[in-house]
Design a protein around this ligand. Structure first.
Ligand SMILES: [Zn+2]
Length: 678
C-alpha cells in the first residue's frame, strides 16, 4: 500500500489533462454542456489517485464515459439505479439469511453461526467500485453536493435531480481500508470499555456504614444507574438516599476520581462520599480481584477520556478522504442528520430556555414534596397508570395471538383499523413476513422491491404477551413505512426516510394505538398529558447532554494533541457551563457535572443529539396525524417522500421544517390540564 500522504492528493498531471479535456469535450458536446463537464472533471480530480492510472488512462476514461447527450445520461441513470437496487437488495438478502440463526427462535446457536451472523458481504463494495471505476462513472456525470446546496436548492429540485444527488453521494467518500479499520477498532475498543463498566451496588457504603442496595445488584454505567434513579422514585423508604448515592457515583465517573479498583469489582467496599475503599466486608460474588490492583482509592487513570481520544483520532483520519464533509462533526450533521449543527443547537436552546421549564419543574417539585436535586433531571413520576393490569392485557393478547402465524393473518385487519383501505391493507400485508424472534423483536426492511419486509416478534409457548404485542405493533409501523418508501417510491435511489428519527416517529404512531387495536379504551386525556410532560422533561434533559457531546467534539478538534487529563478537565468544564446556563437556575445548584455521564458519548461518537431531535420529530408527526384525522392515507403520503433532507420531508408532511414547536405546544396544554386536576 502506498503511503497516505501522497495517496490523498491528485497526481501532478491532473490539472493539465483536465484543461485539455474541458476544451475537447465542450467542442464535442456544445457550450451548454460546459458547466457539467467542468463539474465532472473537478469531481474526478478529488478522487482519482496515481494508482488508478496515468494521464493517458485518465483521459481515455473521461472520453469514453462522459455522457454528453441526454439519452446516454438517462440510460446511465436508469441502469445505475436498477443495478444498485439489485446490488444492495441481494447483499441485504445474504445478510438476512446469514443472520437467520442468530435473529430467529430456531433453537441453539452453534459457534460457527456467529461467523455467518457477523459477516458483511457489502463491506468491500465501495472499494471494488473505485477499483473497477464504476464509482468514477458516477463522479464524472452526477453532482456531488454540500448540505448547504441541498438545503438552499433542494426544494427546487425535481425528484430525478434528488435521485441523482443521492446516487453521487453513494460514492462521495473514498476512505482507505486502514482508516476504516482504525475506526472499527476504536468502535470496538470503546464498546468493550463501556460494556465492562459495572458498579456493584451492594458494596456502596454510606456514612453510617450501611448498604442501601441489595446484594448481587450490578449496574452498568450509565444506563442501569440512571434507570435505578428512575425506579427509586417508587421507593418511599430508601429511594432518596439511593438516588443521592448514585449521583455521587456518576460524578466520580465523569471527573475520573472513581477508584480504579471499584470498577466491575464486587470484592471491595466503597464510600462514594469520602471516596474510601476497603476489602469487601460482605461477599456476594465469586469474582476474584482483578490481577495487580491493590485495594486503594487510586483513581481510574482517565481511561474514559483516553477512549474518547482514540475515537477522535480514528475518525479524524477519514477527514482528507471526505471532501464534501471534511470533519467528523460535519459528517454527523451534514450527512447523517442533514440538519446544520447551528440549527440543531438553536432548537435545543429553544427547549432548554423555554419558559415551560421552570413551570414543569415547579410541578415536579410539588409532586415530590421537596426541592429539586440534580438527579431529578431523570424524574420519572409522570408515568400514567393504565386502566388494565399487565396480567389482564397478557391474557387478552395470548388468546388473540397464540402464534406468530395468528398475528400474520390479522395484519390486514389491523391495518384497516388504522385507516388503510382494504386493498392497501392487503398490499401491505403481502409485503410483510412475520418471523418468531430470538430476542425482543425488530423490523428488517427490504432493500429491493422483489424482497419483503420482515417483522420479528417474540411469541412465548403460552402465546404472545402484551409486551411482545406492543413491540410487534411498533415494528409493523416500521414495516409499513419501509414498504411504502421502497415499493411505492418513484425512484428507488430515494428509498427510506431522512434519518432514524423519522421511521421511529412513524412507528410510534402505530404503537400509540395498540390498545385501540385490541378493542380496548384508548389512553385518556390525563394519561396523554402525563406522557407529554414525561417527553418534555426527557427532551430538556437530553438536549443538554447533546450540547455537551457537541461541545466536547469541537474541543477535541480545537485541541488535537490533548492528553486524556486535559480532555477530562475540558469535559467537566463544558458540562458545568451548560448546566450553569440551563439547569442551575431551575435546580438551585451550580457546577453539576451529571450531563457528562452518558456512555454513548464514549462509544457512539456524537450520536446523542439524535434523541432530542427524535422527540421533536415525533410530536410534529403526531400533531399532523391528529390534524389530518385519517392515519392510513396520511402515513402513506408522508412515507412516499423518501430520503430527502429532514426539513424538506417535514415541509411536505406538515407544512413546517423540523422544529420543537409542536412538542412545546403540547407541553403547554398538558401542563394546563394536569395543573387544573386535583
Ligand atoms: Zn423502532
Amino acid at each position: 500500500m502506498s503511503d497516505i500522504a501522497t495517496n490523498q492528493r491528485a497526481p501532478d498531471w491532473m490539472k493539465g489533462s483536465a484543461t485539455k479535456l474541458e476544451t475537447e469535450l465542450t467542442a464535442k458536446y456544445g457550450k451548454l454542456e460546459q458547466p457539467r463537464i467542468q463539474r465532472g472533471l473537478l469531481q474526478m480530480s478529488e478522487y482519482w489517485r496515481a494508482q488508478d492510472g496515468d494521464a493517458a488512462a485518465y483521459e481515455e476514461f473521461v472520453r469514453t464515459n462522459f455522457a454528453g447527450d441526454p439519452e446516454t445520461l438517462d440510460a446511465m441513470f436508469n441502469r445505475y439505479e436498477r443495478l444498485l437496487e439489485q446490488l444492495s437488495g441481494h447483499m441485504h438478502e445474504i445478510n438476512r439469511e446469514f443472520r437467520q440463526q442468530a435473529d430467529l427462535d430456531l433453537g441453539p446457536m452453534l459457534p460457527f453461526d456467529g461467523i455467518f451472523a457477523a459477516y458483511d458481504p457489502a463491506a468491500h463494495v465501495l472499494d471494488d467500485f473505485f477499483a473497477n471505476k464504476g464509482a468514477f462513472v458516477v463522479l464524472l456525470n452526477f453532482p456531488l453536493t454540500t448540505l448547504e446546496e441541498r438545503l438552499t436548492q433542494g426544494p427546487k429540485w425535481t425528484r430525478r435531480q434528488w435521485a441523482e444527488v443521492r446516487l453521487a453521494q453513494d460514492f462521495s467518500k473514498r476512505i482507505p481500508a486502514d482508516v476504516n479499520l482504525a475506526i472499527a477498532q476504536a468502535a470496538s475498543d470503546t464498546a468493550e470499555y463501556i460494556a465492562q463498566y459495572n458498579i456493584w451496588m451492594h458494596h456502596l457504603l454510606d456514612q453510617n456504614g450501611e448498604r442501601p442496595f441489595p446484594p448481587k445488584l450490578r449496574l452498568l454505567s450509565h444506563w442501569n444507574l440512571r434507570d435505578e434513579i428512575k425506579a427509586d422514585y417508587a421507593d418511599t423508604q430508601n429511594g432518596l438516599r439511593k438516588q443521592r448515592m448514585i449521583q455521587q457515583v456518576m460524578e466520580h465517573i465523569v471527573r475520573q476520581t472513581i477508584p480504579q479498583v471499584v470498577v466491575n469489582n464486587p470484592n471491595v467496599d466503597w464510600n462514594p462520599r469520602t471516596n474510601e475503599v476497603k476489602p469487601a466486608a460482605e461477599k456476594d460474588s465469586d469474582s476474584p480481584v482483578p490481577a495487580g490492583l491493590p485495594v486503594s482509592n487510586a483513581p481510574e487513570p482517565n481511561t474514559r477520556y483516553a477512549m474518547l481520544l482514540e475515537a477522535f483520532a480514528a475518525e479524524k483520519k477519514a477527514d482528507p478522504y471526505s471532501p464534501t464533509a471534511p470533519t467528523f462533526i460535519a459528517r454527523r450533521f451534514d450527512e447523517d442528520r442533514e440538519i446544520p449543527e447551528k440549527r440543531v443547537e438553536a432548537m435545543f436552546e429553544q427547549v432548554l430556555a423555554s419558559p415551560l421549564v421552570p413551570k414543569v419543574a415547579k410541578l415536579i417539585q410539588s409532586r415530590l414534596g421537596r426541592p429539586l436535586e440534580p438527579f431529578d433531571i431523570w424524574y420519572d413520576g409522570f408515568r400514567p397508570r393504565g386502566a388494565y393490569t399487565e396480567a389482564q392485557l397478557d391474557a387478552i393478547v395470548a388468546k388473540k395471538y397464540p402464534t406468530a402465524e395468528a398475528y400474520q393473518k390479522d395484519i390486514p385487519n389491523l391495518l384497516v383499523k388504522l385507516g388503510f383501505t382494504p386493498e392497501k391493507a392487503q398490499f401491505l400485508a403481502n409485503n410483510i413476513i412475520v418471523d418468531p424472534a430470538r430476542g425482543s423483536g425488530h423490523a428488517m426492511g427490504a432493500e429491493m422491491r422483489s424482497e419483503k419486509a420482515h417483522l420479528r416478534t417474540r411469541v412465548e409457548k403460552s402465546g404472545m404477551n402484551y409486551k411482545g404485542y406492543n413491540i410487534a405493533i411498533h415494528e409493523m409501523g416500521h414495516n409499513v413505512e419501509q414498504t411504502f418508501s421502497l415499493n411505492e417510491i418513484d425512484y428507488t435511489l430515494l428509498k427510506g426516510v431522512p434519518n432514524n428519527a423519522f421511521t421511529e416517529a412513524l412507528a410510534f404512531v402505530f404503537q400509540g394505538r395498540d390498545l385501540e387495536l385490541l378493542g380496548l379504551a384508548a389512553p385518556d386525556v390525563r394519561s396523554d398529558a402525563l406522557k407529554t410532560l414525561n417527553d418534555f422533561w426527557g427532551t430538556y434533559e437530553i438536549s443538554g447532554v447533546g450540547l455537551v457531546d457537541m461541545g466536547v467534539w469541537h474541543w477535541m478538534y480545537d485541541h488535537p494533541k490533548a492528553t486524556p487529563a486535559q480532555l477530562q478537565a475540558a469535559t467537566v468544564e463544558i458540562a458545568q457551563n451548560i448546566w450553569n446556563r440551563y439547569y442551575a437556575p431551575v435546580f438551585g445548584k451550580k457546577d453539576v457535572v451529571l450531563l457528562g455521564i452518558y456512555s454513548h458519548m464514549i462509544d457512539s461518537f456524537l450520536y446523542l443529539p439524535d434523541y432530542s431531535m427524535g422527540h421533536m420529530i415525533a410530536y410534529q408527526i403526531e400533531e399532523q396525524m391528529k390534524k389530518a384525522g385519517n392515519t392510513g392515507p396520511e402515513f402513506e403520503r408522508m412515507a412516499r417522500m423518501g430520503e430527502v433532507t429532514p426539513d424538506l420531508w417535514m415541509e411536505n408532511a406538515t407544512g413546517k421544517p423540523v422544529g420543537p414547536e409542536p412538542l412545546l405546544a403540547a407541553t403547554e396544554k398538558a401542563l394546563a390540564f394536569v395543573s387544573s386536576q386535583p
